[in-house]
Design a binder for this molecule. Structure first.
Ligand code: NAD
Length: 345
């Protein structure tokens, strides 16, 4: 096994990130105590009123563009103002902080990297909940810890706003073509209002249940995706070493029982498919860091629910090892390249 002591060597790092999350959670709990329970007003279904969008990265930027294309005025912000430039040129109003977005919009979508960023954007010093209006619909499409979604939803509810989690499946290409799938958790009565916006950015929106269940579905999907991608990369590598042409092997897998999304839609071997990150030096797509983060979420939830996930845990260790060996910013299908480099050692 290539990573026998990774768990030990990474323990300090894990403890540091858990401490950040714990501190953020304590802020949430303190905040929760200081706000009184208020009535959640019913928002009028005014269709083309401004929509706030926070987090204009690989996914957020094309998602916000699709809202503009559908005629919604967009009020946007990102911690890096240069991320907003393109959207501003297309007509979006750019403001400095999430609180300012909340002053101007009663529907807000957030698309941020991870739990600490989401906590900061909602309850930080310039966060949405500093200025949120009663009845505001808050949709978080980031992939984060379901417990964080539940805690933010509780605070938002006390302030008269509604928070829903709506993480997405589909990469940057799907975001650009408005072909995302949204997994939605939250108050069922508000689902229709959320759907109105989500269908501008995706083809499927699935209501999963109470707040946090969208994240649960997303975490399960990504754990399977990670395991499938590693399996596909291992298989392709073995086949190539056995003298098979990679395109031929992919064709056989894709007409056989080994077929999966990683083999037929997102093959990790350069040159097997067009238009995928493996054929573009693993640029763009879904970063290895983000996959490692999602597997960390799967690991936490599995530990909390005493659920055995031996392959999910191993996938987590493998993606963390990749991050520390220069693959952090490459697409997660670079596991193939990682294995090729490993075998030489
Ligand atoms: P990204 O890092 O490209 O974009 C995140 C954006 O959030 C950045 O522009 C960053 O500057 C901004 N940001 C961070 N903290 C902020 C703050 N405090 N205030 C304002 N802006 C802030 O990430 P991404 O690839 O767009 O992914 C976003 C989320 O979507 C992640 O949770 C990821 O797991 C999930 N996701 C990504 C993909 C994909 O293919 N990239 C697919 C499905 C789901």
């Amino acid at each position: 096994m290539v990573f026998p002591d990774l768990q030990l060597t990474r323990r300090g790092e894990r403890e540091r990130s858990m401490a950040v999350l714990r501190r953020s959670r304590n802020v949430l709990l303190r905040w929760n105590k200081h706000v009184s329970l208020e009535y959640v007003s019913t928002r009028p279904m005014a269709s083309k009123t401004p929509v706030g969008f926070i987090g204009l990265g690989n996914m957020g930027s094309p998602m916000a563009k699709n809202l503009l294309k559908n005629g919604y005025p967009v009020i946007a912000t990102d911690v890096f103002p240069e991320s907003c430039k393109e959207l501003q040129d297309l007509g979006a109003q750019v403001v400095d902080t999430p609180a300012e977005v909340a002053e101007k919009a009663d529907r807000i979508i957030t698309m941020l990297p991870s739990s600490p960023n989401v906590i900061d954007v909602y309850i930080g010093p310039n966060g949405i909940l500093k200025k949120v209006k009663k009845g505001t619909l808050l949709i978080d499409s980031s992939t984060i810890d379901p417990e964080v979604s539940k805690e933010i939803a509780a605070v938002a509810e006390k302030m008269g706003a509604v928070f829903m989690d709506a993480p997405v499946s589909g990469g940057v290409g799907a975001a650009s073509m408005a072909k995302l799938t949204f997994m939605v958790g939250g108050v069922e009565e508000e689902y229709k209002a959320a759907q109105e916006l989500l269908t501008c950015m995706g083809v499927n929106a699935v209501y999963c249940g109470q707040v946090g269940t969208g994240q649960a579905a997303k975490i399960c999907n990504n754990m399977l995706l990670a395991i499938g991608m590693i399996g596909t990369a291992e298989t392709m590598n073995l086949g190539i070493r056995l003298g098979l042409d990679p395109k031929l092997l992919a064709k056989i897998l894709n007409m056989s029982s080994g077929r999966c999304w990683s083999s037929d839609t997102y093959n990790p071997v350069p040159g097997v498919m067009e238009g995928v990150p493996s054929t573009n030096n693993y640029q763009g797509g879904f970063g290895t860091t983000l996959m490692a983060k999602d597997l960390g979420l799967a690991q936490n939830t599995a530990t909390n629910t005493k659920t055995p996930i031996p392959l999910g845990s191993l996938a987590h260790q493998i993606y963390r090892a990749m991050c520390s060996r220069g693959y952090a910013n490459k697409d997660f299908s670079s596991i193939f390249q990682f294995l090729r480099e490993e075998e030489g050692q």
